[in-house]
Design a protein. Sequence first.
Length: 223
Amino acid sequence: MHGPGIPTVHGPGVPTVHSTGIRTVHGPGISTVHGPGVPTLHVPGILIVHGPGIPTVHGPGVPTLHDPGILIVHGPGIPTVHGPGVPTVHGPGVATVHDPGVLIVYDPGIQTVHGPRIPTMHGPGIPTVHGPGVPIVHSPGIPTVHGPGIPTGHGPGVPTLHDPGILIVHSPGIPTVHGPGIPTVHGPGVPTVHGPGVATVHDPGVLIVYDPGIQTVPFGRRF
């Protein structure tokens, strides 16, 4: 993926992602995402969408997403996400998410996430998440993520995440993500990602794209 606001992602399972305001994602089992500001993502089993307005999410396991200005929570058993700026997610494995600044949370072991821009996450495999602007954490084995706008994730499989304004932590096989606004991702099945304000992590079954100009469209493996 590369370029300011016009990323290109390629790799096993998720060949391409590109656009400023209009994104397209396609690959084995992945349909298409597109739309100015309000993209729609549809993947068999899991799908997520986000954009300024009221995006739509549909498919088995993740019935609905309704949120002007917030992101996503997804995974089998999570029936609904809703709320203008303050979403609430509930379902087996992911009890609650309630935070104007929290972006995404999905993991069978995560119990709760809450707080006004200072979330706290706890559960088997992911003890704690805290700090203003710390958006996402998921996957067993990542013990802690913290910092005011500069989260650091560490643990077996996902050693480090360090980037002000970027928001990802993710999967065995993706060893590192770092850089102020211009992160670099590398590891087995994950070539390289770089570009101002655009962070992407992907490997077979995991993909997260973040771009201030295109909102956010994350999706990942089924849990």
